[in-house]
Design a protein around this ligand. Structure first.
Ligand SMILES: [Zn+2]
Length: 68
């Protein structure tokens, strides 16, 4: 069973309490504000700042820089 996208509506970043984005390819939950990526381990989001991966700007902004 895959991660339930409906969970996105109730999950929030533990740092800023903001909304998270689901990165399906990487199986991570992204906080653009804090530039943190929270792993999803066995369909369970690991919403711990200490466990989160720090993103670079390129990670936060996908390859659509040409688009307006
Ligand atoms: Zn955040």
């Amino acid at each position: 069973m895959a991660f339930d996208i409906k969970l996105m509506e109730i999950l929030a970043c533990p740092v800023c309490k903001g909304k998270l984005d689901y990165n399906k390819a990487q199986q991570e939950l992204i906080c653009k504000f804090d530039k943190l990526a929270y792993a999803i381990d066995k369909d369970i989001p690991v919403l711990l700042e200490s466990e989160a991966r720090h993103l670079s700007v390129d990670d936060v902004v996908p390859n659509n820089k040409q688009a307006d």
